[in-house]
Design a protein. Structure first.
Length: 253
């Protein structure tokens, strides 16, 4: 009898030392204490469905800062209104006003940091700030989180880079956004090109300056030419000179 009692004491002592050293492994926890527990590595434990009626405890990838090796107490479970049988980690409970009321109560918010930290991060993932949600819920206790965010002026938590880019992309793809104004056309209302300095067609100089002789050796009409026979006539009155200076000679040339 003495040896059996000693063996039992040693076994219980080993369990105590195992827990004291912070070696809680989610896969080794019973399902009734799995949810809201934190493993020795600082990762949250969660329930998963293994079959139609079977559940098992697994280690999630959610890391808890400044907390490890922790099993939530029944007092906090009751004060915050959470359920140990809940599968996975979800923010769906925040949509229920009754749950939000218990989560924001003094008994939960001031005495249960593990649960508060969990739902603080879940609310942040939905773009909300839990303290503001609680403040709005106290003013409107029968409203859900969605209504509080949309109508009560609750500001979301600062979004990270990925969220910002996604939001910007969704906004840019919104077909309701007004299209940018069309660029000003370079053509006049009559279809004429008003661009200054445009090259004339066929390489012609628009001012006809310094043109060479034509194909037949004739100078253009507006090219400055030598004086005609009438220009050498001393008897011709100065007022009778041609209006256009530099016009070519008459029909005789």
């Amino acid at each position: 009898m003495d040896s059996s009692k000693l063996a039992l004491v040693l076994f219980l002592s080993s369990l105590f030392v195992h827990a004291t050293l912070g070696e809680i492994v989610c896969e080794e926890l019973p399902t009734n204490v799995c949810a809201f527990s934190i493993s020795s590595s600082g990762k949250r434990c969660l329930l998963e469905t293994a079959g139609k009626h079977e559940r098992q405890c697994r280690t999630s990838e959610v890391v808890v800062e400044r907390m490890a090796n922790y099993i939530e107490t029944d007092e906090c479970v009751n004060a915050c209104g959470v359920d140990r049988n809940s599968v996975g980690i979800s923010s769906d409970s925040l949509l229920e006003p009754q749950f939000t009321s218990k989560l924001c109560s003094s008994a939960c918010s001031k005495g249960c940091p593990n649960i508060v930290d969990l739902y603080f991060n879940l609310a942040a993932g939905e773009g909300a700030f839990l303290p503001e949600i609680c403040e709005a819920a106290r003013d409107n206790p029968h409203r859900s989180m969605v209504e509080l965010i949309s109508t009560s002026g609750v500001t979301g938590l600062a979004a990270g880079p990925v969220a910002a880019e996604s939001k910007a992309e969704s906004k840019s793809e919104d077909p309701s956004d007004p299209l940018p104004p069309p660029e000003a056309s370079a053509e006049s209302p009559d279809g004429e090109d008003t661009n200054e300095g445009a090259n004339p067609p066929d390489g012609e100089d628009p001012d006809n300056e310094a043109e060479g002789p034509g194909p037949d050796g004739e100078l253009p009409d507006n090219e400055a030419e030598g004086p005609g026979p009438s220009d050498n006539d001393p008897d011709k009155d100065e007022g009778g000179a041609d209006d256009d200076e530099g016009d070519g000679p008459g029909d005789g040339i």
